[in-house]
Write a new protein. Sequence first.
Length: 257
Amino acid sequence: MPISITLIGGPTALIEIDGFRLLTDPTFDAPGAYQLPHVKLEKTIGPALEADAIGPIDAVLLSHDQHSDNLDNSGRDFLKHANRVLTTQAGAKRLGGHVEGLAPWSTAHLKDRDGNSLTITATPARHGPAGIEPLSGDVIGFVVSSSRKDTTSVYISGDTTWFDGVAEVARRFKCGVVLPFAGAAQTRGPFHLTMDTNDTIETARAFPDAMIVPVHTEGWAHFRQNSEDLRKTFDALGFGTRLRLLEPGVPTVLQAP
């Protein structure tokens, strides 16, 4: 079955799969400066859709809760109205309420009235180079797998660079759609906190049957690369037909190549 994805901005995307509606890292605040404990971030582009225009959500897939470019004030309010919220175990303790914490490789399940179901598997993520964990905190990605045989699995990387954890996801799951969190985010020093063009190409190679649908490429001043950089890289290396760039606010129907 086809999968529809609507990019809302930054890491925030609405994924519609088999009648289920999932939202990644909700960020709905307006452009402006956002002070974190150790750095100030500048949001340059507002969301393509406001929070109240999203409609009901079956689950929010929150890669982590500590950075305002992945969960802002409006996003925190949005969590209260989602049926379920899945995030890291540490994040669930901080957020409280109905938020559920998942360790890497653990699963959660969504079911509808017709007997269809989704299995959501938490996946490893590393928010920067080796050793960054005490600074960046815990992060996870997600694989969404359907009970329907004709629906491909979707991998959402969360804020991560390419490392052996992402390679292990590719070994364990055959995904037809991959959403890498790209943009080469850089805040603390001369290293990237999310995938750059090289990392995204490595991810495409690891998932040879997948359509690559990057998010987290525009909207913040600390993103050092954008979707056009990805387009040029993928075209130069012969991967261009596998890259699908989303127009913000426009539902895009995808099928695995």
